[in-house]
Structures are given as C-alpha cells and as structure tokens.
Design a protein around this ligand. Structure first.
Ligand SMILES: [Mg+2]
Length: 171
C-alpha cells in the first residue's frame, strides 16, 4: 500500500524565480533546491499531493492564472500527482488540479463539536481531509510545510507534521 505525502507548496516545494514573495506569473516559479533529490531518495513510493492557499484570488490573480500556476508546478515536479488549492479568504471552497483536468471540489466537512463548517483555507484542515478522502487507503501519512498555519492544519487533521527545513535536512 502506498503512503501519502501531503505538502504545502510555496516555501516548501516551490519558490519564485524572481525573488518576489508571491507567484503572479505562473512561470515565475522553480522547485526548491534539494526537493527533487529528497523525493527520489526517500519518498519515491509515496503519493505526493500539494495543498496551497491561494488568498490572492481574485484580487491579485485571476482563477485562470491560479490554475495555470498549479499546472506549471505539476509540469516541473513529475512526482506531484495533484494540487488542492483554496481561492480567496473565505475557505468555503477548494479546487483540485491534476494532469487530467481541473475540478471544483464538492466535499464539505463539519466540525462535530461546533457544527461549524471546517475551512478549506489553512490553518483550516478541509483540504487535507478532502485529499485524504480522495486517496482512500494509505500506509503512512505525513504533511510538510513552512508556516504555522501548515502545522495547525496538520494537527487538526491528526496528521504528523514536519517542517520543510527539517524535511530537506533529512536527505
Ligand atoms: Mg508555504
């Protein structure tokens, strides 16, 4: 049975080529040094799925540009099977991009204690739940990220968390 490696994207797997904080041009991105090597040597049998907030949609980038950005990341990183992203700040929807297409996510989750919707925007853990449910069965699971919101999302989803910097050092 395969294992599942969920990962934040910006600052964890990819960064801008220009040095800008945010990717605005979809091609202004590269895979962070060491990521491909680490995947190849330690995670070659893991299913890799990206989880990214896209708060800049639609104010700073259009949905079309955000989708193009995720498709470009998939083209740069062959092991990455799919990307889940949450546009805007409301956290009430997510989208999935893979090599076959683009899908508006239909899963919805409710906190059993509060009966409130679980946000898809990190630190909400809705995207993690959707990715886990889509994959179904897995042996091990791990989430890697570079920000507190990543750690919080992993914790809420009951998924072991590793900081991106430590993950790269484990090579
Ligand atoms: Mg990040």
């Amino acid at each position: 049975m395969t294992s599942l490696l969920l990962s934040d994207l910006d600052g964890t797997l990819r960064q801008t080529k220009s040095g800008k904080t945010f990717i605005n041009d979809p091609t202004d991105q590269k895979i962070i040094d060491g990521v491909q090597e680490n995947l190849a040597s330690h995670y070659s049998h893991w299913k890799l799925i990206g989880i990214t907030n896209q708060g800049g949609v639609p104010k700073y980038k259009s949905m079309e540009i955000a989708i193009a950005e995720q498709k470009y990341t998939l083209s740069l990183l062959p092991q990455l099977e799919a990307i889940y992203f949450c546009p805007g700040f409301q956290g009430d929807q997510y989208w999935k991009v893979d090599r076959n297409g683009v899908y508006c996510g239909e899963r919805r989750y409710t906190n059993p204690k509060t009966q409130q919707p679980i946000s898809f925007r990190k630190p909400g853990h809705g995207m993690l739940l959707a990715a886990i449910e889509d994959v179904g069965h897995y042996a091990e699971i791990l989430y890697i990220g570079d920000r507190t919101e990543d750690e919080q999302a992993a914790l809420a989803a009951n998924v072991p968390f590793l900081w991106a910097s430590q993950w790269l050092k484990s090579m």
